[in-house]
Design a protein around this ligand. Structure first.
Ligand SMILES: Nc1ncnc2c1ncn2[C@@H]1O[C@H](COP(=O)(O)OP(=O)(O)O)[C@@H](O)[C@H]1O
Ligand SMILES: [Mg+2]
Length: 229
């Protein structure tokens, strides 16, 4: 396992998120305290509906807590406005979902370059970095393929490369292997392990028990509560 060192990149204190309807109150996050550091591979598991996606969305600034403080990469997500949270995702935090939403008309390079273009970086530089990131995830030589010309595992690698472009330090993934076969699942967790050994902080929600073997830190979410395991 890697050296997990340095100041926390993620720091949650007393974070809660509640959904209330006329018939029930659901604690999607209940008084969550959570700290994670550069180089750390965090695996979060738990039953369906326990609050895993809620937690990742709070970390990504895609959702806002009802109470508590969410700090990611020095940004106070809880008090940031929408454009500051968008900047957080472009500069600090990359997100990968089960169904990677690659743009089907774009090549792997074009997909990976998108977050850099959104930051106004010149095309020549975005292409160079996209090629570098694709190499980092084992996709060298396949840069000009369209998503439909790639396997499920290869598509997820492109998604990881896109999430990390722009020297982002935090990778968040919500069931990233949900649509992958056994071999591709193993390969993706091994890739994330390698990225963490290079200093990336990864927070992965996965019900796949194989994730746990690669992680430094394990948590189970039960009714919105984060329990160290
Ligand atoms: N927008 C929403 N409105 C109402 N309830 C929601 C909403 N989003 C999530 N929930 C509820 O919060 C709980 C946690 O959901 P989620 O974080 O998606 O769980 P998981 O990812 O572990 O399956 C579930 O009970 C879910 O039904
Ligand atoms: Mg979920």
């Amino acid at each position: 396992m890697s050296d997990v060192v340095g100041e926390p990149l993620i720091h949650l204190t007393g974070v809660s998120k509640v959904y209330r309807s006329e018939v029930e109150t659901v604690w999607a996050a209940r008084n969550v305290d959570f700290v994670a550091r550069p180089g750390e591979f965090v695996c979060i598991y738990g039953a369906s509906g326990s609050g895993k996606s809620t937690l990742l969305n709070l970390l990504a600034g895609l959702d806002l807590a009802d109470s508590g403080v969410v700090q990611v990469g020095g940004v106070d997500v809880s008090s940031a406005d929408e454009s500051q949270r968008a900047q957080l995702r472009l500069r600090t935090v990359g997100v990968v979902f089960q169904d990677n939403n690659l743009i089907e008309e774009f090549t792997a390079i074009e997909n990976v370059a998108l977050p850099l273009e959104a930051r106004g970086i010149p095309a020549a530089d975005t292409v160079a970095e996209a090629v570098e990131q694709l190499g980092r995830v084992g996709m060298a030589g396949l840069e000009h393929r369209l998503p439909r010309q790639l396997s499920g595992g290869q598509r997820q690698r492109v998604g990881v490369a896109r999430a990390l472009t722009g020297q982002r330090a935090v990778l968040l993934a919500d069931e990233p292997t949900g649509a992958l076969d056994s071999a591709a699942t193993q390969d993706l967790f091994a890739l994330i392990r390698t990225l963490c050994d290079q200093g990336i902080l990864a927070v992965i929600c996965s019900h796949d028990p194989r994730c746990r073997a690669y992680a430094d830190t394990l948590y189970e979410v039960i009714d919105g509560q984060l329990e160290p395991r």
